[in-house]
Design a protein around this ligand. Structure first.
Ligand code: FPP
Length: 221
């Protein structure tokens, strides 16, 4: 969801206004995904590196997240399963509890799956998985010989979630920036100049059409 800051700057507004608009667009896009029959959609809302931003911007994002977690709980009522990717430990207790509650409350839902990456980094996720695997090897729950891709995936935040089909990055940047690097190994990539706050259902549908026209070979011929 890149480009919130630039969207605001273009309008002479503070960056946090861009995030506010971006959060609205997040909510609308979830509904667009639902209407289009998409089963899984993932959003990169806050990276492990985003804590380095100025304190007032981080504070504004946390405030926004707090208010949107209530909307996310409402989403969960529409048979939507909500999963947060990332280490919840650094968040304030009320945010952490809301996240845990939302995940628990929607765990049995089997409609649209919404994955929200918060304090997430792909490399960090891999290290987190490795630590837990090492622990399980030490306590005898896992045998080193058993370790393969399938077993490794069980230790990722995306346990039981299929790999990514399509990654859309907005705002003209053409890089992955540590987003689901394991799960996106064979994902199709789509880069658009549209800033996230300007992203609409029309852009989402165009992305689906573009994806449908791609040939996926997964290393084969
Ligand atoms: C990147 O744009 C965006 C972020 C770091 C934050 C994304 C967060 C939201 C859209 C709102 C919160 C989300 C939820 C799930 C409620 P940028 O700030 O890097 O923009 P720039 O590249 O133009 O500076």
């Amino acid at each position: 969801m890149d480009g919130n800051g630039r969207w605001a700057k273009k309008r002479g507004m503070p960056r946090k206004m861009g995030h506010s608009k971006g959060a609205e667009v997040f909510k609308r896009t979830v509904e667009d995904c639902r209407e289009l029959g998409i089963k899984y959609c993932s959003f990169y809302a806050f990276s492990t590196e985003n804590w380095q931003r100025p304190k007032d911007e981080v504070d504004a994002l946390m405030k926004l997240l707090d208010s949107y977690l209530d909307d996310i709980q409402t989403m969960a009522r529409k048979n939507t399963k909500i999963i947060f990717l990332g280490d919840k430990a650094p968040f304030e207790e009320n945010l952490r509890l809301k996240m845990i509650e939302t995940e628990r409350g929607s765990a049995e839902n089997n409609g649209l799956h919404v994955l929200i990456a918060l304090n997430y980094g792909g490399r960090d996720e891999i290290i987190h998985a490795l630590r837990n695997i090492a622990e399980d090897i030490k306590n005898g729950a896992v045998n080193t010989d058993e370790l393969d891709e399938q077993l490794f995936e069980k230790y990722l935040y995306t346990k039981d979630i299929p790999p990514l089909d399509l990654i859309i990055r907005t705002s003209g940047e053409q890089r992955i920036s540590n987003f689901m690097i394991w799960q996106g190994a064979y994902a199709e990539l789509l880069f658009t100049d549209v800033l996230w706050p300007d992203f609409t259902k029309k852009h989402l549908m165009a992305a689906c059409v573009e994806y449908a026209g791609r040939t996926r070979r997964f290393g084969g011929v």
